[in-house]
Ligand binder design. Sequence first.
Ligand code: FDA
Length: 306
Amino acid sequence: MEQAMKNFFLFLSKNQTLNAAAKKWGLRFGANRFVSGETIDEAIAVVRQLNENGLTCTLDHLGEFVFSVEEANESADYCIKTLEAIHRSGVDCNLSLKMTSLGLDISRELCMTNMRRILDTAKQYGNIFVRIDMEDYAHNQVTMDILEELLHEYDNVGTVIQAYLYKAADDIEKLKDKKVNFRLVKGAYKESPEVAFPEKADTDENYKKIIRQHLLNGGYAAVATHDEQIIAYVKQLVEEHNIPRSQFEFQMLYGIRTQSQIDLAREGYKMRVYVPYGKDWYGYFMRRLAERPANVAFVLKGMFSK
Ligand code: FDA
């Protein structure tokens, strides 16, 4: 049943008609629990509040289904505006983005041009770090290749390794010497058993394996999870191997396990909250519901209390 719900929400997340409608509706159905607002000013206000609680942040301007060069460039402009707002407001925050929204499906050159525009701006504003979110498997290798190319020119860029993929450990090993700043996650998309572990228990095991591998290789790890067992594992691992707290951070999504976020920061760990914003909230919201169908009850309550 849970798997069926998960697949249902992942299916809904790809529905372009609902996505277009959602842009007109404005933040609804409890989506504001996971999305900080529709404008950059609303998002910066949320980041400022999180900073006051000892939490650092990463801002993501939400964007799905980019089909034209104009849409891709507009999406890159939003990233640049986000960097300007981070710089202007002085908040403790970096940037996350998705390369399909910068035109990756249109052409690699277009995406590279937009990436360079964004990374140059980030550099100019004090070398703000830019994280390339990892999307589905169809975009995985091209993302790794683009990262490798960008690493020759920039030191303020990194991407994400998904533990559910069989290739995760190899990808880390390949870039071992570059000491890449990787965000390590379990993986959020529906993938074929040909490329990804079908069983959650295997993903969890591989997640521990790649966290250990990357940290012991000396790389910077952003461990992005709400899983308490994984967090406990990381705490023990860094203790055992004398890994300094400057070599890793925890990350969680805005609106999920909020108290744990504050607790980790109070314990002295670097804790970064992923703060999405923008009118294009629908796909992101559906993926969060897919992760935890229990949230649907919360959403239904939100729908009927309006
Ligand atoms: P798991 O799914 O096992 O959940 C552990 C516990 O956390 C659950 O039992 C539940 O209590 C709680 N929990 C998890 N999700 C919840 C939710 N939606 N609502 C309420 N409680 C919830 N993926 C990807 O493919 N590419 C990417 O670039 C990123 N980026 C990213 C950034 C950040 C900051 C985070 C935290 C996550 C991602 N992810 C991601 C998503 C990631 O791959 C994964 O799908 C989710 O984090 C859920 O997995 P957990 O590790 O939290 O464990």
